[in-house]
Design a binder for this molecule. Sequence first.
Ligand code: GLN
Ligand code: ZN
Length: 765
Amino acid sequence: GVESSSPLPPPPPPPPPLPPRRGDVVSHRWLPSDRPKRELKFALESFWDEKITAEGLQKVAAELRVSIWKQISDAGIKYIPSNTFSFYDQVLDTTAMLGAVPDRYGYSGGEIGHDIYFSMARGNATQPAMEMTKWFDTNYHFIVPELSPSMKFSYGSRKAVSEYKEAKAIGIDTVPVLIGPVSYLLLSKPAKGVEKSFTTLSLLGQILPIYKEVIAELKEAGASWIQFDEPTLVLDLSSHQLEAFSYAYSELESSLSSLNAVIQTYFADVPAEAYKTVTALSSISGFGFDLVRGSQTLELIKSYFPAGKYLFAGVVDGRNIWANDIASSLCTLQALEAIVGRDKLVVSTSCSLLHTAVDLANESQLDDEIKSWLAFAAQKIVEVNTLARALAGQKDEQYFAANAAALASRRASPRVIDEEVRKAVAGLKGSDHRRAMSVGARLEEQQKKLSLPVLPTTTIGSFPRQISEEEYERALKEEMQKVVSLQEELDIDVLVHGEPERNDMVEYFGEQLSGFALLVNGWVQSYGSRCVKPPIIFGDVGRPRPMTVSWSTAAQGMTARPMKGMLTGPSRCSTGPLSETCYQIALAIKKEVEDLEAAGIQVIQIDEAALREGLPLRKSDQPSYLAWAVHAFRITNCAVKDSTQIHTHMCYSNFNEIIPSIMEMDADVVTIENSRSDEKLLAAFGGGGAVKYGGGIGPGVYDVHSPRVPEAAEIVGRIGKMAGLLDWRLLWVNPDCGLKTRRYSEVRPALANMVAAAKLLRVDL
Ligand code: GLN
Ligand code: ZN
C-alpha cells in the first residue's frame, strides 16, 4: 500500500499576540478634585479670605489637575476624564456652563467669573446663596439650579473645553465629562414664585443649543469621546421623564456624529424601562452602569445589549474603601465580554472616585493587615487596570494572589470578630423596644423632674471652639465652663456642654469604639471646601468603656439646670449596608445611654442627623431602610426610665417623606432643621399627617449656616407660625443645628434674641 503522498497541512500559525489591552479601561468620571492633604480646600479658603489672588488659586488648581491626570495616565488608564475638577461642585459648573444664573446675582452674559460663581455657592454681601442639597444618596452636595420659564441661557463657562485642552497640552487625551441635559433639569428646582404648572424639564429645548455649542468646541479641540452623566436614570422616573432622554439625545444626534458619546449612570440599578430607553439611543456609542449596587442591571445586560455598542462596566466600587474582589470582578467581566464582544468592554469604577478617600499611601497609622484590606481612589485605578489587563490575557498572578489572600484574612482575622457583641446583638433583634408609657405620659413624668417653662429653650450641641486641638483636657474643661456660664447668662433652659472635645460627631465615636480604624488623610469632599474623614468599620463594633460620661457629668456638675448628654445615633455611625454592624452600633450606644442615665443625666440627645441622607434612592428600597433605622434608634434608649428624656436631632430639610418614621422613633423630643425649608411641612406633625405626634418638637428657629443674626421679632414671628401648625405646649425653641461653624460674635446675640423671643411669647401663652 502506498501511503497517501499528500503532504500534511502546515501547522496553524501561532495566534497573533493579543493586542495590549492595558488601559482599555476606566472611565474615571469625577475624580476627587482635591489631593489627600486637601491642597484645594486650603487654597479655596485662602482665596475667600483674600489671602491669595485668583491667579494664585488658578495655579494651585492647574497643578492639581495635572498631577491627577498624570497619576491616572501612569496607572495605564485609557479613558481619562476631564472637566471633573471643580471649585465647588459639578452641578454648579453646569449651571455656569449654561449661564443659568438667577437674576439676583446680576449676571449679564459672558464668561462667568469667580465672583458670580462663588456668590451662587456661598452668597455675597447682599444676596443669600442658592440652596444646597445632597447628591443622590452620597454625602457630597450640590448647589441646586433655580430655573424659571423666563431664564435666558447662554454659554457662560468654557471650562469643559479649557480643561480638555489643558490635558491635551501635557499629552493626555481625555474624555470630557458633562452632566447630561436631562439629569441637570431633573435635579433643578423651579425658582420661587413661578407658576405651579411649570416643570424644569420644559426647558430642555432651550439648553440643548448650548450643549451643542460645547460639543462642537470639544470636537474641534480634538475630543473623540464625551461622557454624559445621567444618574437620574436610576431613579423612579415617569414615562414622560424617560421620553425626555430620547428627545434630548436625538436632538444631539448630528452634533454627536463622528464622536463617541457614553451615557453614564450610577448609584443603583437602572430600572428595566429606563434601560430600554437608554440603550435604544442611536446617537450614543457606550453605556456605563454601576454593577456594584444591585444586580438587576447585570441581568438586563445579559438579556439584551445593543450590538456594536460599548459597555462601561462599573465593577470596582467607587464609594467604599475596600479592596475589590478582583477574581469575582474578572468573572463578571468575562461573562460580559461574551455578550458585548471583547473590544467593546471597558473596565470601570462603579461611579466617580470623588466619593472615596484619595490614597492609602498616606495612611501611616494603619497597620499592614488592615491596609491590605483597603483600596482608596489611587488603588482603585490600579484595580481597574489590573482587571483590564487580565481580560486581555495579561493576568498579574501575583496581584490576584495577594488580593485573594487579603480578602481571606479579612474574613478570618480574629480582630474582626467579637463573640460577646454578636451574642448581645442576636438577643436584641426582632423584639420591639417600646418604652413603657406613651410619649405624652412620659413627657409628664419628665416634667416633674425638669420643671421646664413652656417653649423651653435649648441648643443642638456644639458651640464654637476657641482653642486649638493641641491644648487638651484642662483647656477643654475651661472651655466647657465658659459655654455653661454663657448659657446660664443667656437663661437657656436645657443646656449642652458644647462638644469641645469632639472633632467630628462621627469620628469622635469611631475613635472610642472597637472595630473602627481611623484615617489620617482619608478626606472625602462633602461640599465646597468642606471635607470629612469617615472612619472605617472593619470588624464587630463594641464599646469597651464609656465614651462621653465623664464630659457630661463634669458639665452637669457646673450647673443646676438640666445638661443634655450628647450622642450620635446608629444610622449616622454606620455607613455600610444594613448589616449586623448597625445593630452592634445601636447596642454600643445603648450602653452609653444607660451609663449616662446612671450617672444622673436626665436628658440625653441621640443625634440622627443623617437619617434622611441614608434613604435609598428607589421607593421600593425605602421601607426596609426606615424600619431598620427606627428599630436601631429605639434599641439605643429602650431601657431608660420613662422619666429620662430622650431627644433626637435631624438636620435634613427634606424630611417630609419620612415624618411617619420620625414619629415611630418614639423620642420624647425631636429637634429638626427647619429654617430653610417650608414651615408647612411641620403641619404633618401637628395632625395633618397620619398620626398626631405627641412628643416635643423643636423646629429650628434660625439658620445656623448663615452669619446673619436674626432679630427677636423675627424669631417671634417664626415661633408664632409654628405654634399655629403644632401644639404650642409641645414646642421647643432652638437653633437649626449645632453652632460650631459660627463665631461667638454671632452666637451670643442670636441666642439672646432666641431666648428673648421665647420669653415674649410665654407671656401671652
Ligand atoms: N450635636 C451636633 C452638633 O451640635 C449635631 C450636629 C449635626 O446635626 N450635624 O454639632
Ligand atoms: Zn443638625
